[in-house]
Ligand binder design. Structure first.
Ligand SMILES: [Zn+2]
Length: 135
């Protein structure tokens, strides 16, 4: 006997799910990247293919994302180093060096992911109007 779980059909995915799936912060349907950031280093879509939201609002827009990715990198390296230290009991410097080495393959995904976070933050504090009216 198979149990059928009730499907919750919500028109908008939760914010967190949308961030992890790199969806447009406004419509939650269009992708920010042409393909998943977990599968490589895709170029960024200029606009949402569904609602037309412009992702890169101005030159240097992603400077803030660099700070986020720096913070995330430090956090992840610290977590890996602490885990290594707990498992291996190595001298902490050795743990940190290994943590950095283990982190490096993740770095491109982290930097793209931080852009997604940045877009969400920016849209949360300063949302673009649904219809881009001329100023
Ligand atoms: Zn959109």
């Amino acid at each position: 006997m198979r149990k059928h779980e009730p499907m919750k059909a919500s028109p908008k995915a939760s914010t967190l799910a949308a961030i992890f799936r790199q969806r447009c912060p406004r419509c939650r349907l269009g992708g920010i990247f042409p393909y998943s950031i977990y599968r490589g280093f895709p170029g960024m879509s200029e606009r949402c293919s569904v609602c037309g939201l412009k992702f890169q609002r101005e030159e240097g827009y992603f400077l803030g994302a660099m700070y986020i990715s720096f913070g995330l990198a430090l956090l992840i390296i610290a977590i890996i180093a602490i885990l290594l230290w707990m498992v291996t009991g190595w001298w902490i410097t050795k743990d940190v060096i290994w943590a950095v080495a283990l982190f490096l393959p993740l770095a491109p995904a982290i930097s793209l992911f931080s852009r997604v976070l940045w877009i969400y933050l920016d849209q949360a504090f300063d949302p673009e109007a649904p219809k881009s009216a001329p100023r």
